[in-house]
Design a protein around this ligand. Structure first.
Ligand code: HEC
Length: 119
C-alpha cells in the first residue's frame, strides 16, 4: 500500500466508525413531540373577499393589524378601510370597499393568533 492509499483508508474507516458510533448513540428512546403552530398571521385567511385583502391590505403591514383588533361592526370596518385609503394611500377602488368590509367583518370575529397565555 502506498502512503496515499493508507491515508485514504484511514480517513474512510474513521468516517465509518464515526457514523457507526452516532447510530449507536441514537438508540436512546425518542419521544415524539407535536406542536400546533398558529396559522400564518401575515396573510389574510381563506374566505370570500380574501383576495381583495391580500392584494390591497398587505402592501404596508401584515394581516395581524386586523386580526389583533377587537371585534368591530361592518360600519367600523368601512370607516377603517376608508381611513386606509384616504389617509394612508391604500389604492383600493371605491366599489370594492363594501365586499372587503364584509370579509374583514367576518374575519375579525375569528382569530388565527392564539390569545396570550394567562399568567
Ligand atoms: C398605504 C399603506 C397602508 C395600506 C395599503 C393599508 N394600511 Fe392599514 N395602516 C397603515 C398605517 C400606517 C397604520 C398605522 C396607523 C396608526 O398608527 O395610526 C395602519 C393601521 C391599520 C389598522 C389598525 C387600526 C387603525 O385604524 O389604525 C388596521 C386594522 C388596518 N391598518 C387595516 C388595514 C386594511 C384592512 C387595509 C386594506 C384595506 C389596510 N390597512 C391597508 C397603512 C396602510
Amino acid at each position: 500500500m502506498t502512503p496515499r492509499l493508507i491515508y485514504s483508508f484511514l480517513i474512510i474507516s474513521n468516517v465509518w466508525l464515526a457514523l457507526g458510533a452516532s447510530a449507536w448513540g441514537n438508540e436512546v428512546s425518542q419521544t415524539v413531540r407535536t406542536y400546533a403552530f398558529p396559522t400564518d398571521p401575515f396573510f389574510y385567511q381563506p374566505g370570500p373577499g380574501q383576495e381583495l385583502a391580500n392584494v390591497y391590505c398587505i402592501i404596508c403591514h401584515s394581516a395581524e393589524y386586523m386580526y389583533t383588533q377587537p371585534p368591530h361592526s361592518k360600519k367600523t370596518w368601512i370607516e377603517i378601510v376608508n381611513k386606509m385609503k384616504r389617509a394612508m394611500g391604500c389604492p383600493i377602488p371605491d366599489d370594492q370597499i363594501g365586499s372587503l368590509a364584509t370579509y374583514l367583518f367576518q374575519q375579525n370575529s375569528t382569530s388565527p393568533i392564539p390569545p396570550p397565555a394567562s399568567p
